[in-house]
Design a protein around this ligand. Structure first.
Ligand SMILES: [Zn+2]
Length: 999
């Protein structure tokens, strides 16, 4: 049926009816994408229709040659007129019909056939009558453009080829395309496999080709900073020997980048532009190729040999957009970044465009080899990229249920090995020991204690050094002149951080428990300020803590002010000079005492205040207070004090109506001195040394938030106590002058708690705290600050701190040791149908070409966080894994399992702060370099193994290529072998890497 002639002169046409039937049949054809259809002038076609329908070969309606003249703008360019419409101006006929008509009637001279392609557009297939007309040019010369037509179904690749051909751009030059619709904005055409339609290219737009500079940068995004810098332009260093500018806490990123940059297979993949073909623009798990492109830009610049240092700003921004945790300028973990980056690069370069769902199968007793091969095949079905080729290995994971002994075997891919470091079971602690001997200075000891031990273990260790039984020790954390914490003997040592100041106090008898006979008293030193704090409305003095606090056991019978005063004088004898007998004058009531009286009256934030204006509380008032108290117990946060304290207050108030009386009696009696006193006694009781009504709301800058509530309670207690303090007492008695006064305080050393005035003795419930308050003048005269601060170093402090050393192989063995899963991370046993703390064993099955080993120096457990500074001795050459591999080499074609070191990421510093650098071997010249942000220096092999090593990069020996250029000769004229200059960017500096939170 096909026309026997497709072009050229007309052949003898068949009968008119046959003509009509053939053409009409062909015109019923469906549109198929890629087919050619032809435009035919509607008037000529109508004429032809009329002619064939007359049935008369000689009819006057003979149409003559096919004539599309009316469809053309002019007969010079033969451009199609704009806005022609189908079935009005023209009709479309399929290729076969066109050629039949052509053979029967011929085409008007010189007219080109109007062939158009059928394109598959979203939701419709149509003949593309008007193709897209685009201007093409190079970024280097925007004036010189060429016009080209493309179908909407054409790939961007076709445009790319057209520009290359037209402008003679070499095939090896790396280029990228931009499309521009207006004069101001351009947009990248990143995916060359996209169609013109999908890229939204329309007629009239310009496509610009940009060609990468020799220094790895792009003409349109060349960092401003590098322009016009003569040495940057002329610098020709060894490729890859290039620093990375610190953008502010980005040393973690620079360190990881240097290690990757010096991983030969990955860098060559980018330098050879292989990545361009594999950019995955559709992977929802990736960044549409942007991470890979940004990484390529950094690598191209670093390996151009034209830069001392590269500014990875765009790369950092892209990374931050992908993983927001890297957005800011906090310090991060280089391992965390590396892990993210390998993943991001992998997904951006994943050759698998559509990931299928694959159900993982358990081994179910099948041989390892079979299960491993299946797992690897499945992995490759979803993950196939240069990252998988280079870094992915396979390990076997065996879980055993402790209850039903169900064994579950799976093989899982990994892209780095996180190996644990052997954790020392012991810990070195430094403490200050304060002996009972008042004249002995505190002594600093270095003790070895079990890491998982308790406070009693610390006491025991100290006991061996001091010969004082552990039962006579009290351990406390001292911070800002106060006890941050007083420990119980059974508390875990993990509560104590290395930086804490730990004091151990010798007690004269018994143990830490408060007994009937002894009370452990916490003693703070405070200094009064010279001014009165009128602002608070309480007329009190403000005080500030100073010196070292003290823990001492005091017989309950000696809890009177006078006894305590004498005890403290003895205990502080080393640095507190007693009053000269001549100075111990008896004095009349002085101005101070006037003040304190006023102060007592001024306790005003309590509504029952008027009561205390009386010369002393009457029985009735006491009852009122008592009932206030009872009311208060049921409402108001201020009254939410521990029941023991309330009971005690009831005790002090001598109210027999308190329902808890029975249970409180015991405690009340044990609280020294409180049972044999009452408010009545207080009214006319002696004023002992230092017995002064307490002030309220003393200032303290260091007050801690968590204590605020407690302060509230204390304030309430204080108010209660003050109400019981008789107002307007007259200090007619004579009294001795004291060095200092004693106040009951809370654990913060701030607000006084209530105290029984009667007999000047204290009553305590739980841990009692008192403060020794000094008048500034008295302190200056009698308190020897210099002596108070003195301490001795015990010889144990001279023993140097031993750094532990382990072999890398030991860490890998630890990785493969059987462990029991932790409570937080159980395993769901399919047989028992519930979570079990299974045993887990990992084994290495197959290793990648480049093996990354992550030394887990940061140890985070429920109880502690620490950085291990263990030295891990790792070999630079011939690290043999054959002993660790479960898969036994069966034939000689298997790759060997010997590895050589190629790069190391280092972390210096502790948990909270630190600096990252790296060592790496240049693939071209075999020389080791030390990369510290923008600085690069030569490194010797013996410098590489340190306690800072954090990530190790090993390459399998069969993949290692010999250096292609001789190693450089370090010039003696360069100080410290300094290779590259400081960056020209201002924000550089290791100095910016201080005190960042790693969490
Ligand atoms: Zn089970």
């Amino acid at each position: 049926m096909a026309a026997n002639c497709s072009t050229g002169s007309a052949t003898e046409p068949p009968g008119l009816e046959t003509q009509w039937r053939e053409i009409d049949n062909l015109n019923q054809q469906q549109l198929r994408a890629g087919d050619s259809w032809y435009l035919l002038d509607k008037r000529w076609f109508d004429q032809w229709k009329e002619y064939v329908h007359t049935g008369d070969q000689n009819s006057s309606s003979y149409p003559g040659k096919i004539d599309n003249t009316e469809l053309f703008e002019d007969l010079d360019s033969y451009h199609l007129k704009e806005r022609l419409s189908e079935n009005e101006d023209f009709i479309l006929v399929p290729s076969e019909a066109w050629h039949k008509l052509l053979s029967w009637y011929d085409l008007m001279d010189d007219q080109p056939p109007l062939e158009r392609k059928v394109v598959d557009l979203p939701s419709t297939v149509k003949v593309e009558v008007y193709p897209v007309e685009i201007y093409l040019c190079l970024s280097s010369n925007l004036e010189s453009t060429v016009t080209a037509r493309f179908s909407r179904a054409d790939k961007i690749h076709a445009i790319h080829q057209k520009i290359r051909q037209h402008f003679n751009v070499s095939e090896t030059a790396e280029s990228r395309l931009w499309m521009r619709s207006t004069d101001t904005s351009s947009e990248r055409l990143r995916n060359l496999n996209m169609t013109v339609l999908d890229a939204c290219l329309i007629s009239g737009m310009t496509v610009i080709m940009e060609i990468r500079n020799a220094d790895g940068t792009w003409p349109t995004s060349r960092p401003q900073i590098m322009r016009n810098t003569a040495d940057e332009d002329s610098y020709r260093g060894p490729p890859g020997v290039c620093g990375l500018t610190n953008l502010g806490n980005t040393c973690f990123m620079n360190s990881a980048l240097q290690c990757l940059s010096n991983t030969p297979p990955l860098t060559e993949y980018f330098l050879m532009n292989l990545y361009l073909e594999e950019l995955n623009f559709t992977n929802p798990l990736g960044m549409k190729g942007e991470i890979a492109e940004a990484y390529a830009d950094v690598i191209k610049q670093m390996w151009s040999g034209r830069h001392y240092s590269v500014v990875p700003r765009v790369f950092k921004t892209k990374v931050g957009h992908f993983a927001s945790q890297f957005l800011g300028y906090q310090q991060h973990d280089s391992q965390e970044l590396l892990s993210f980056l390998l993943d991001g690069l992998h997904e951006d370069l994943n050759r698998v465009k559509k990931k299928e769902y694959i159900e993982l199968k358990d081994a179910d007793g099948r041989p390892d080899q079979e299960v491993a091969e299946e797992a690897w095949r499945n992995h490759l079905r979803r993950n196939d990229s240069v990252i998988v080729d280079t870094f992915h290995g396979l390990f076997k994971s065996t879980l055993v249920c402790p209850e039903c002994n169900k064994v579950s075997v799976t093989f899982d891919p990994f892209c780095y090995l996180s190996v644990p470091l052997p954790v020392s079971k012991e810990r070195v602690m430094e403490v200050f020991y304060v002996s009972l001997d008042p004249m002995a200075k505190p002594t600093q000891y270095r003790l070895i204690v079990p890491k998982a031990g308790r406070v009693i273990d610390l006491c025991t260790a100290l006991s061996q050094a001091t010969d004082v039984p552990p039962s006579q020790m009290a351990v406390a954390d001292v911070f800002n002149h106060r006890f941050y914490r007083i420990y119980q003997v059974d508390e875990s040592l993990s509560c104590i951080l290395d930086r804490d100041d730990i004091f151990v106090y010798q007690l004269n008898s018994g143990c830490m428990d408060q007994t009937d006979e002894e009370v452990i008293l916490a003693v703070y030193m405070r200094e009064r300020s010279h001014y009165r704090d009128y602002g608070s409305g309480s007329n009190s003095y403000s005080t500030s803590l100073f010196g070292h606090p003290l823990l001492m056991s005091v017989p309950r019978t000696q809890c009177t002010r006078e006894d305590l005063y004498q005890l403290l004088l003895k205990r502080l004898a080393r640095y507190v000079r007693p009053l000269d007998p001549s100075e111990e004058v008896e004095e009349e009531e002085d101005e101070d005492e006037e003040l304190y009286k006023a102060q007592t009256n001024g306790v005003s934030d309590d509504e029952g205040d008027e009561d205390s204006e009386e010369a002393g509380p009457s029985k009735k008032e006491e009852e009122t207070q008592q009932s206030n108290q009872a009311d208060g117990q049921n409402n108001g946060p201020l009254e939410a004090s521990p029941s023991s304290e309330r009971e005690e207050r009831a005790e002090e108030g001598e109210s027999s109506s308190e329902p808890d009386r029975g249970s409180s009696t015991e405690e009340g009696q044990s609280a020294c001195g409180s049972t044999d006193t009452n408010s009545q006694d207080a009214t006319d009781g002696d004023q002992s040394a230092g017995a002064e009504p307490s002030g309220k709301e003393e200032e303290d800058d260091d007050e801690e938030e968590e204590e605020e509530e407690e302060d509230g309670e204390e304030a309430a207690t204080c108010a209660q106590a003050n109400k019981r303090v008789p107002g307007r007492r007259h200090y007619t008695e004579r009294r001795k002058k004291a060095l200092f006064t004693i106040q009951a305080v809370n654990s913060n050393g701030t607000t006084e708690r209530g105290m029984a005035e009667a007999g000047g003795s204290f009553s305590f419930s739980s841990q009692p705290y008192i403060a020794i308050d000094w008048d500034p003048d008295m302190k200056k005269k009698y308190y020897n600050e210099n002596e108070a601060e003195k301490y001795i170093k015990h010889q144990s402090m001279d023993v140097p701190h031993q750094q532990t050393t382990v072999q890398l192989q030991e860490c890998i063995e630890l990785f493969t040791t059987v462990e029991t899963l932790e409570e937080e991370n159980p395993w769901y046993c399919p047989t028992c149908k519930r979570h079990q703390l299974a045993t887990k064993k990992l084994d290495l099955w197959s290793l990648p070409e480049v093996l990354i080993i992550h030394l887990k120096r940061f140890s985070y457990t429920k109880y502690s966080r620490e950085k291990l500074d263990t030295i891990v001795e790792f070999p630079l050459r011939d690290l043999d894994f054959s002993g660790f591999l479960l898969k036994k080499t069966t034939n000689s074609t298997e790759p060997p399992s010997r590895y050589d070191l190629i790069a190391v990421s280092n972390h210096y510093g502790g948990l909270r702060d630190g600096h990252y650098t790296s060592y790496a071997q240049n693939k071209d010249n075999g020389q080791w370099y030390y990369f510290d942000d923008s600085k690069v220096t030569y490194a010797r092999e013996e410098q590489i193994v340190t306690s800072a090593a954090y990530l190790l990069f090993y390459q399998r020996q069969d993949k290692i290529r010999q250096p292609t250029v001789p190693p450089p000769v370090p010039s003696s004229t360069q100080p410290e072998n300094h290779i590259t200059s400081q960056t020209h960017d201002g924000v550089d500096g290791a100095s910016s890497c201080v005190s960042m939170e790693t969490d």
